[in-house]
Ligand binder design. Structure first.
Ligand code: SF4
Ligand code: SF4
Length: 470
């Protein structure tokens, strides 16, 4: 019997993929159909299309999302960053963390059940393969204990297809780090021509195969820190998947329930017929009737499974449902609460900080240095100082920059290349020579030039010290 008060996190329950002594219990979830399964399949298809398509989608001539490790460049939806912009990652991660905190506080582990790549690829590629080759759960369980020809060829074919699926996932992953033309060319060449890339692809394929074919729910239950975090992020008003104990208990078989309806003294049973269908469909092997558990990845399969049973028994759906813990206890629900307000304020602050940080991201870099060597030269009654203006184009396309000295009485500027055209993420150093008559020199002064982004709005003022002696 489940406890009267549903705990927020209850990890000490009998059913789990991880047994009390720490060993693993193999979970073979049964197939289930229902409205949430179909909705999730649609979301998964969309997400896979987006993930696979983002490196192909071009914005301003570059992939929508691409990390060019060899050149230390990052392309994010039309913006180009280099290694000096790495500080922006802090704001990106802070903003994402706050978004996750607010989402979890409001919608529970919706990320795990609907959008985590572990769930998406597992349910879209690997489970359909084992269902297709091995048949329904009962047949798969039976075959796993057999060693005849039928079981062997099905087992081999399943794992060959798992490897092929892992190879597809590895290619999707790698396409974020290797340009698509390069990836395509490598796929048509001998591995010996690009041993390093080939080694990475093999390693990733093996890693994904090991994860999706063998490790599976253990990644969520043992490795992923998000599951542990939920105990502090969830409260009684967060949306979770739970069992309506008040309605379901005392549980008992349907036939027994019908008998109890007619028997005068028997205790009337609740709506749970103890069919355990919600347990056998669970990919982490837990019993949702034991309360909200850290192993629950909010996959919705127990909702669809129980709804199917309720439909058959002509009872209302929703014995297992999306609800808050307060709702499951039939108490008044609250959406707005202090914790959510605090999270939302922090989330908005994080978003504003991230937006401001990204807005400060520069379209080009410019700096001015004194040329190494003698600080100045005296020649023919003139003092000469030599500088270098260093420019980096951080735009996704070729851009032109103008180097314009500020008019300063007595100083003459010589800029041999006042107009510079730079390809995306390329850099160039341009010499600037400043002279003044020796007789006019009255001490060290700051001289200034500006760099104008032609066709853009950004202007940078650069300065350095003019040195000399009379
Ligand atoms: S599927 Fe529904 S009726 Fe069956 S055991 Fe689970 S909660 Fe009870
Ligand atoms: S308890 Fe239900 S929602 Fe949670 S992981 Fe198991 S089947 Fe999915």
């Amino acid at each position: 019997m489940a406890s009267k008060n549903l705990p927020i996190i209850n990890s000490k329950v009998a059913e789990s993929a991880l047994q009390v002594d720490g060993t693993r219990k193999k979970v073979v979830p049964a197939d289930v159909r229902g409205r949430f399964i179909w909705a999730r399949r649609a979301v998964f298809a969309l997400l896979i299309a987006v993930w696979a398509g983002l490196p192909w989608l071009k914005i301003k001539g570059n992939p929508a999302l691409f990390i060019d490790v060899p050149h230390r460049r990052f392309y994010i939806f039309g913006a180009t960053f280099n290694s000096q912009d790495i500080w922006l990652v802090f704001f990106l991660m802070t903003g994402t963390a706050f978004a996750l905190v607010v989402t979890t506080s409001l919608l529970g582990r919706v990320w795990c059940g609907w959008a985590c790549p572990q769930t998406v690829f597992m349910e879209s590629f690997f489970r359909p393969i084992e269902r297709l080759i091995g048949g329904p759960r009962e047949k798969r369980l039976r075959r796993s204990a057999e060693s005849g020809f039928d079981a062997v060829w099905r087992g081999i074919l399943t794992h060959v297809l798992f490897l092929a699926a892992a190879l597809v996932v590895a290619h999707i992953f790698v396409s974020y780090f290797v340009s698509l033309p390069a990836l395509w060319a490598m796929m048509h060449q001998s591995p010996g021509e690009h041993p390093e890339a080939f080694g990475w692809m093999v390693a990733l394929t093996v890693l994904f195969y090991a994860n999706f074919a063998h490790f599976r729910e253990q990644l969520c239950v043992v490795v992923c820190p998000y599951g542990r975090l939920q105990s502090v992020l969830l409260d009684d008003d967060s949306l979770v998947i739970g069992y309506d104990e008040k309605r379901g208990e005392p549980r008992g078989k349907a036939a027994k329930a019908e008998k109890s309806d007619t028997a005068e003294k028997a205790e009337p049973l609740g709506d749970c017929v103890d069919c355990k269908r919600c347990v056998v469909v669970c990919p982490t092997g837990i019993d949702i009737r034991n309360g909200l558990q850290i192993d629950c990845v909010a996959c919705t399969q127990c909702i669809d499974a129980c709804d199917e049973i309720m439909d058959k028994l002509k009872r209302p759906r929703g014995l297992v449902r999306y609800d808050s813990l307060r709702g499951l206890r039939h108490e008044k629900k609250r959406i707005l609460r202090p914790r959510l307000a605090v999270y939302a304020v922090l989330g908005v602050a994080g978003l504003v900080a991230a937006t401001l940080a990204f807005r400060r991201h520069q379209s080009f870099e410019a700096s001015m240095f004194r040329v190494p060597g003698a600080p100045f030269v005296r020649e023919n009654g003139q003092i000469r100082n030599s500088y270098t203006v260093h420019l980096v184009n951080k735009q996704a396309q070729t851009e032109t920059f103008l180097i314009e000295p500020f008019a300063q009485p007595g100083y003459s500027f010589n800029v041999p290349t006042p107009e510079v055209s730079l390809e995306s993420m390329s850099s160039r150093s341009i010499p600037v020579v400043v002279t003044m008559p020796q007789a006019d020199y009255h001490g060290d002064t700051r001289i200034k030039v500006k760099v104008v982004h032609k066709g853009g709005t950004e202007v940078k003022e650069l300065s350095s010290t003019f040195l000399g002696a009379r």
